[in-house]
Ligand binder design. Structure first.
Ligand code: ZN
Length: 290
């Protein structure tokens, strides 16, 4: 377990920056929210939240797992599953296989989805986390398969499921095979619900496309991080299609809360106690801490 984190979590780990760009491994990081230069060590201590404007930087899957699970409790499952190339997809510049190889090298992960078992405030759970660095956290056939197997494991062991999503949606390189994952994951979570096991979904920046339109918003409680972009199509596409000016703050977590699409917007620092409490409440096995 410790080895897993060491392998995926280099000592001077960086957050994933805006516009899918990595923040340079410097001592100082410029906040995309307020433009302030922030000392990296301070950012790290503050869970990668800007100390000045509270901008939430994107987290890698290992960072998220470290933040939301009890120390040393995460055990990865289905790590051996790797994406295939069912369509032999080649774009104008490069093949899907080449893109996958680059994503593997960059993230040191085999897919955008990492699943496993862990504990949160002592309570066992199944956790599934997306890493946006791996092809924009896009959902392909193996992403969907890992998630469904995680749900099956939760049903077998009678555990709640926590999903953490940061995704651009379905992976176009796999065409219909990726779109099918929307139905497949939704069906798996519906079965989990029928067996009265809870699913808590945490939406982080950005959560869009087929992931928002399937399992990520198909949960007992939907929690979002402040300022996260949450939607299906991007605002520019919607404006062009509807020929209407969109309201201010459209598709932010706060806007979604006001319009009933998410249940709560919770700052990163409070996620652990809030999700831990929700798990205990929904599982009904442990008294809720005051
Ligand atoms: Zn800031």
């Amino acid at each position: 377990m410790k080895d897993w984190f060491r392998r995926h979590h280099p000592p001077s780990f960086q957050a994933v920056g805006e516009n899918n760009r990595e923040i340079p491994d410097d001592l100082w990081t410029k906040c995309p929210g307020c433009g302030e230069l922030l000392y990296q060590r301070e950012l790290e201590v503050n869970d990668w939240v800007c100390t000045r404007c509270a901008h939430h930087f994107r987290l890698r899957a290992p960072q998220r797992l470290a933040q939301l699970t009890d120390d040393g409790s995460f055990e990865e499952h289905e790590a051996y599953l790797r994406p295939a190339d069912p369509l032999q997809f080649v774009s104008a510049t490069e093949s899907y296989r080449e893109k996958l190889e680059q994503a593997r090298k960059k993230s040191k992960l085999s897919e955008a989805m990492v699943v496993g078992t862990a504990r949160l405030n002592g309570c066992p759970l199944v956790i599934a986390v997306t890493d946006f660095r791996f092809m924009g956290g896009s959902m392909g056939a193996v992403y969907g398969e890992k998630l469904v197997r995680a749900v099956d494991l939760a049903r077998e062991r009678r555990l709640p499921v926590l999903t953490v999503s940061a995704s651009g949606g379905a992976r176009m390189h796999e065409g219909m095979f990726s779109l099918m994952q929307m139905a497949k994951t939704t069906a798996a979570f519906a079965q989990l619900g029928r067996e009265r096991l809870p699913h808590i979904s945490l939406l982080s920046d950005p959560c869009t496309g087929g992931v928002t339109a399937s399992y990520a918003t198909n949960a007992d409680v939907i929690v979002a991080e402040p300022g996260a972009l949450i939607g299906f199509a991007g605002p520019r596409v919607i404006e062009q299609t509807t020929r209407q000016k969109l309201p201010q703050g459209f598709q932010t977590a706060e806007f979604c809360l006001q319009h009933g699409m998410v249940d709560m917007v919770t700052p990163r620092r409070e996620l652990r106690p809030v999700i831990g409490n929700l798990m205990q409440l929904l599982c009904g096995s442990v008294p809720v801490a005051s």
